[in-house]
Design a protein around this ligand. Structure first.
Ligand SMILES: [Zn+2]
Length: 70
């Protein structure tokens, strides 16, 4: 590298670890990165668990999934 060249930025490309990426998205808010608070409501008559995620920073509910028991 001569004296007129300078490095402005560097990109480091690493292998994507899909397990870590999934866990990061599952436990953290996609908007701000704050750790999500999960609430699980179980309905034993309909045999379902409703899962809701709430971001305490954005004050939004970001996930609302229903899981079947069994
Ligand atoms: Zn957030």
């Amino acid at each position: 590298m001569n004296q007129k060249e300078k490095i402005i930025t560097e990109f480091r490309i690493v292998d994507i670890n899909f397990r870590d990426q999934y866990l990061e998205e599952y436990f953290h808010c996609l908007l701000c990165g704050t750790e999500l608070l999960y609430i699980h409501d179980t309905d034993f008559i309909y045999q379902t668990v409703d899962e809701r995620a709430h971001c305490p920073h954005c004050k939004i509910e970001s996930k609302n999934l229903s899981h079947k028991l069994q």
